[in-house]
Design a protein around this ligand. Structure first.
Ligand SMILES: Cc1ncc(COP(=O)(O)O)c(C=O)c1O
Length: 384
């Protein structure tokens, strides 16, 4: 069975590394679009030729205008996404606007959250937060009902991964948002493993905020993380982690307390990372141009095929079979997965290994069935 939207394979020529490797590592570092060369050259030319004038010719607004390119992929309105270096910074900034009372001090998340994020959340205990970690039975997912039951009137914040990095299990964001709203908690979704490989409707689902970044499915490279805050709550938040770009009159250079700007500007800090904002745009434009719905349809067909190939070859798959709960990655387990992963990479089948998950194989819209067959037949040979 051919995966749908084969017309997308015409875009393979936009990603030079696809000519040289079997590129199945899109959960980690999406392929670089060739247009990034031109975009970075534009940055260098502007710096060289326009010098300081470049700030007034687009650079100053770039942390928000670049976020606008993502708005359709996240299902949010323009002017509500602030670009930051990475998820850790974006999340720390959001957390700096959250306080806790003895009656409402719980942070509820699952044990399968990305550890980077947990490290920050653990730090919230210094502000009086109590951490509640919802366990998983199988290391693949957490039953939605169990997570919903842990969210109650004592819950202040529910910061969870939409798609889990180990297994690609997709949480039911809409049901979790409904529960958070019912009890008055804030839902902060980490959409890093979802953005660019499936449609997101953050506003319609009722999420309050989201963080993510560009290195994976958005093919945008490092240094371009993002924070979305729903316009519904944005202007009620006062981040302590802030800077002059978040002031409504930064060039007034007023001493004393900040006068917060509105919308995404309120969630900026100091001088933005302009080169990273140039390098992420080509990927965003290609992904948004194709559309997340089309990408999701192709991705689901490719991951189904990959699961069948892996199971037929005798491997255990640690990713949900149910398409509703499956992201873009297929985790293939073997007791020697770490060695096998190294050997696959040595044969130019690019993938990665994570403890308890195994080998993560992640086709994007530009991959073919033949590449999946090559990956699994090589893996089978190496395991024999
Ligand atoms: C779910 C999730 N969140 C966050 C990150 C990365 O966070 P940061 O941008 O702080 O490096 C990853 C990347 O591996 C991830 O999979």
């Amino acid at each position: 069975m051919a995966a749908p939207h084969e017309d997308l394979l015409a875009l393979r020529s936009e990603f030079p590394i696809l000519e040289r490797t079997t590129y199945l590592i899109n959960n980690s570092l999406g392929a670089m679009p060739r247009a990034v060369h031109d975009d970075l050259a534009t940055f260098a030319r502007e710096w060289e030729e326009r010098g300081v004038r470049a700030w007034h010719e687009g650079w100053w607004e770039m942390a928000v205008t670049t976020g606008d390119l993502l708005a359709p992929l996240l299902g949010v309105r323009p002017g509500s996404i602030a670009m930051h270096q990475n998820v850790a910074v974006a999340m720390a900034l959001f957390l700096s606007a959250v306080d806790y009372t003895p009656a409402r001090n719980r942070i509820v998340y699952t044990e399968l959250n990305f550890p980077n994020v947990m490290y920050l959340l653990q730090g919230e205990q210094r502000k009086g937060a109590e951490i509640v970690v919802v366990p998983s039975d199988d290391g693949i997912g957490v039953p939605t009902e169990r997570l919903l039951a842990a969210i109650d009137e004592r819950t202040r914040l529910v910061p969870i991964s939409h798609t889990l990095f180990r297994s690609a299990f997709v949480q039911d964001a809409e049901a979790i948002a409904r529960r958070c709203r019912k009890v008055g908690a804030i839902l902060l979704l980490d959409v890093y493993q979802s953005a660019g490989v499936m449609p997101l409707e953050l506003e319609a689902w009722g999420a309050h905020a989201a963080v993510g970044g560009s290195v994976k499915w958005l093919c945008g490279g490092p240094g371009a993380g993002f924070l979305w805050v729903s316009p519904e709550i944005a202007d009620t938040l006062e981040p302590a982690f802030t800077g002059w770009m978040a002031d409504e009159e930064p060039f007034a250079f007023r001493p004393g307390a900040i006068h917060y700007a509105h919308g995404a500007w309120r969630f900026l800090t100091g001088t933005p990372n302009i080169p990273a904002l140039y390098s992420c745009r080509a990927g965003y434009k290609i992904i948004a141009g194709v559309g997340a719905k089309k990408i999701r349809e192709r991705s689901l067909a490719l991951t189904s095929y990959l699961i069948d190939l892996a199971v037929d070859a005798g491997f255990e798959v640690r990713t949900p079979r149910d398409p509703k709960h499956r992201g873009g990655t297929v985790s293939v387990w073997h007791p020697e997965a770490e060695r096998l992963c190294r050997e696959l990479i040595a044969r130019d089948v690019l993938c990665d290994y994570r403890p308890n998950a195994g080998i993560r194989l992640s086709p994007h819209f530009y991959n073919t069935e033949a590449e999946l067959e090559r990956a699994i037949s090589t893996l089978k040979e190496l395991a024999a």
